[in-house]
Design a protein around this ligand. Structure first.
Ligand SMILES: [Zn+2]
Length: 292
């Protein structure tokens, strides 16, 4: 039987191994200067395969219920904006350009949008209609969601969960106490601060993506102001429950606008110079990674 000291040594060995091998960065820093190393213990392949299966299921269920891409004009608009943004993902990670991206619009009153790991994008009609999103605002929402996928936040959260499970089991075995007591504590320590960091970095990465794609980054904070109005006095559901529209978030977005504004102006100039090959021009401006 392992002694208490033995359990603690095992726990520390596991944590050290995790920190040594698992800390990496899924993306390059871009013009916004993104810096945060991530705990990545689970492979992208496992996470992306699961996400692809889930997306296929959601898509086929929606198709069966005649709730998939029913509004042609909206579907085209969402796909055009999505493709404009995807044309610039190489700034953060060159491999993402070759992902099997898919973009679908789901008929639902829910205010929601997502980009599942590996580039499976879903936009709900509810978010576009209830917030009356302009193209710039839609680009901000989709850019934010694409950033979650580029940074592999789901994989990071699963890795944190795995490490937290190991820690909980190890510490409770060492101390001889009920592990459910430790769950609450380790959740607080491991999850909350990071998920806030994930939200903020997705906001600013999304801001850079939209600017490079020729969408006005100064408009991004408007969606959060609209959401604040919408959720006034009541508990938000869907997107609102996972994306608190607070003043911090709006202030951070607005603070980064001057950094990405030159990229937006470049994209506009490129479009004006070659209006019929806007996509080619956009692809050209995306290649070099700008340093501050
Ligand atoms: Zn988010």
């Amino acid at each position: 039987m392992m002694t208490r000291g033995g359990w603690l040594r095992l726990g520390w060995a596991l944590v050290s191994a995790a920190l040594l091998q698992g800390c990496a960065n899924t993306t390059q820093s871009g013009a916004i200067g993104l810096q945060r190393s991530q705990l990545l213990l689970i492979s992208s392949e496992v996470v992306n395969n699961q996400a692809a299966i889930g997306f296929q299921q959601l898509t086929s269920d929606a198709r069966a219920q005649k709730q998939l891409n029913t509004d042609q004009a909206l579907t085209q608009r969402v796909r055009r904006i999505g493709q404009d943004l995807i044309a610039h993902v190489a700034v953060f990670r060159p491999d993402a350009q070759a992902w099997a991206w898919e973009i679908n619009v789901f008929d639902s009153d829910e205010i929601n949008a997502f980009c599942a790991p590996g580039g499976k994008i879903g936009v709900y009609t509810g978010i576009v209609r209830k917030l009356q999103l302009s193209d710039d605002e839609l680009a901000a929402v989709m850019g934010h969601e694409i950033a979650h996928a580029l940074r592999e936040h789901s994989r990071e959260k699963l890795s944190q969960q795995a490490l937290s499970n190991v820690l909980t089991a190890t510490v409770s075995a060492a101390a001889g106490i009920d592990s459910s007591l430790l769950d609450a504590g380790s959740n607080l320590l491991v999850h909350l601060p990071n998920s806030r960091a994930m939200e903020l970095e997705s906001d600013v990465m999304g801001l850079e993506l939209m600017a490079r794609a020729g969408y006005n980054p100064a408009q991004a904070s408007l969606i959060w102001k609209k959401m604040q109005q919408l959720s006034k006095g009541k508990q938000g559901a869907g997107f609102l429950s996972t994306h608190p529209a607070n003043d911090d978030r709006i202030a951070t977005l607005e603070a980064y606008v001057p950094t990405v504004l030159p990229l937006y102006e470049e994209a506009l100039a490129a479009k004006a110079a070659a209006p019929h090959s806007a996509n080619k021009a956009a692809a050209r401006t995306s290649t070099p990674v700008r340093k501050r």
